[in-house]
Ligand binder design. Structure first.
Ligand code: SIN
Length: 315
């Protein structure tokens, strides 16, 4: 299959990448994704202005079924200078997306200004959806703040920007966020971040499994597939076609990648299952996807992407 896909000025030869936060904090991890067979791109860990330790351990928990997770990482990262140095000065094999975040609007704007001043002209992802920093809301649940922030950034920034969104659960919210995003020349949206503030209980001890936030954390893995697909689909139906979509959430098999494509994803990222299996997962997922294409006699991505069928439409 020809997986060739373009977002802004970046060209991708494969569809899969790591979800933000997973396997991307250190140069060593980033390099493993760069060289993983089947990987099409690399996402760096969301960077704050200064290096952060994140929340106390335990802060990441894999369910005994090995397909689901909950985390309250709290944005541990090595700081914007570290990731900027990586994208500017390393020999990158794959398109690499620089993810940025901030604990305040001022910090986010300062990070984008720093990136612009560095001359970096690749894709930047604004993480507007981390649920794990105590006392800090998920920005993209506040529509006015999101609009104001993008307006502020686009008043000086002319590069290639994507936004990482939290999952939405209400049709009115899909309408609202899409209307805001459609006002800006965004390269893409990434939907979805973990489903914030779930709670997992250890049946042996009757205690929560995470230390921070009283055990509340972002859910990932197979359990969030339906929510992720709904968000990709709802956004694809509402966003202008120039805004591409990275589908994230619930990917453990090639069929999950296929379903994200049906809903309209341009690329697909893998989080929990990458943490469980390691970077060899990309080739496995691509092989499973190839098998589905062969079985269905699909010869081009155009036959699948956004081609989800409704029950009230003719076959
Ligand atoms: C984290 O570091 O808490 C996870 C990253 C995210 O949810 O954006």
């Amino acid at each position: 299959m020809n997986y060739s896909t373009t977002i802004a000025n970046e060209h991708f030869d494969h569809l899969l990448l790591n979800a933000g936060g997973i396997f991307c904090e250190t140069v060593d991890q980033l390099e493993k994704i760069q060289h993983a067979p089947g990987a099409g791109a690399v996402m760096t860990k969301s960077a704050t202005a200064e290096k952060r330790a994140g929340n106390p351990n335990p802060r990441y928990f894999t369910y005994p079924d090995h397909h689901n997770t909950i985390n309250a990482m709290g944005l541990p990262n090595l700081g914007i200078d570290y990731y900027l140095d990586y994208v500017l000065h390393h020999q990158l094999t794959l398109p690499t997306i620089l993810s940025v975040v901030g604990l305040s609007e001022e910090e986010i704007v300062a990070n984008v200004k720093k990136i612009r001043a560095s001359g970096y002209d690749g894709l930047i992802e604004l993480n507007l959806s981390c649920p794990n920093v105590p006392g800090k809301p998920q920005i993209a649940y506040d529509f006015d703040t999101t609009d104001h922030l993008l307006d502020r950034i686009y008043s000086f920034f002319t590069g290639h920007l994507g936004v990482k969104l939290p999952p939405y659960f209400d049709m009115a919210h899909f309408d609202r966020i899409a209307k805001i995003l459609n006002q800006y020349p965004l390269a893409y949206v990434n939907a979805v971040n973990s489903v914030g503030n779930g709670l997992v209980i250890d049946p042996e001890t009757d205690r929560v499994v995470l230390m921070a936030k009283g055990g509340f954390g972002g859910l990932g893995g197979a359990q969030i597939k339906a929510t992720a697909l709904a968000n990709v689909r709802a956004l694809r139906l509402r966003l202008k076609p120039e805004i591409k979509i990275i589908g994230t959430g619930g990917v453990t098999t090639g069929r999950d990648v296929y379903d994200h494509l049906l809903c309209g994803a341009d690329l697909v990222s893998v989080g929990s299952q990458l943490a469980i299996e390691g970077p060899s997962i990309f080739q496995r997922l691509e092989d499973e996807l190839e098998a589905i294409f062969a079985e269905k006699h699909i010869e081009s991505l155009d036959q699948v992407r956004g081609k989800l069928k409704r029950l009230d439409e003719a076959e």
